[in-house]
Design a protein around this ligand. Structure first.
Ligand code: TMP
Length: 203
């Protein structure tokens, strides 16, 4: 039994992660459970600066440069925030290591071993306890992305790209024990209860 789990929320754009993170945060607040909440890329002050640089529609980095920037932002979070709170508070993260594998390897064909090595080197003994993978029908996703008012650089890919990314996520995570797949076909409320049930089991 681990009292303060590291919980990560993964999935493509428009898959409902952010709404569910809000629900978990209000549940933890209500129950007076100490937590911190981060997003990637971003989180710490410096990592947020890196986020702006990567996602600015004017940035035209080479895909490998993007990879190094995502990893750099994660390294900032791990060293300045996560290590300090690991197992002392619940840590919620909107995207983590599997985003890099899904987007940079499955989406952009960058080398899987390099990504794994970089992630492992940064994380050391830190391991996610629970992973919620949010999935969405790809046509529904197209609609959701089109509706976004402010589009960042990673909101502008062809729909096939997100399809590859989502398939990559499913391939990587579907057999892992600590993963729950949250399908947007179900209602937000149903998904909320499924997520809270899993989290409750840990406490
Ligand atoms: P979001 O905060 O709206 O989810 O946008 C972040 C974007 O960055 C999203 O398209 C996924 C992408 N991303 C990667 O490509 N690799 C990564 O390692 C991370 C954390 C995010």
């Amino acid at each position: 039994m681990y009292k303060y789990p590291l919980i990560i929320f993964e999935g493509v754009e428009g898959s409902g992660k952010t709404t569910q993170i809000k629900n978990v945060k209000s549940y933890l607040r209500k129950n007076r459970i100490k937590f911190i909440s981060l997003r990637e890329p971003g989180g710490s002050k410096l990592a947020e600066k890196i986020r702006k640089l990567i996602l600015n529609p004017k940035s035209n980095f080479h895909p490998f440069t993007d990879l190094l920037l995502y990893i750099a932002a994660r390294n900032e979070n791990v060293n300045s925030i996560i290590k300090k709170h690991y197992k002392k508070r619940v840590i919620l993260i909107d995207r983590f290591i599997y985003s890099t594998l899904a987007y940079q390897h499955y989406g952009m064909n960058l080398n899987l071993n390099i990504i794994n090595k970089l992630n492992n080197f940064i994380l050391g003994n830190i391991k996610p306890d629970l992973i919620f993978l949010h999935t969405v029908n790809i046509l529904e996703l197209k609609k959701r992305i089109q509706k976004r008012k402010e589009k960042n650089r990673y909101d502008k890919f062809d729909i096939n790209f997100y399809d590859k990314v989502q398939k990559g996520y499913i391939k990587m995570l579907k057999r892992k024990k600590n993963v729950t797949i949250i399908d947007t076909k179900k209602t937000i409320r149903e998904n909320k209860f499924e997520i809270l049930k899993k989290i409750n089991k840990i406490f």
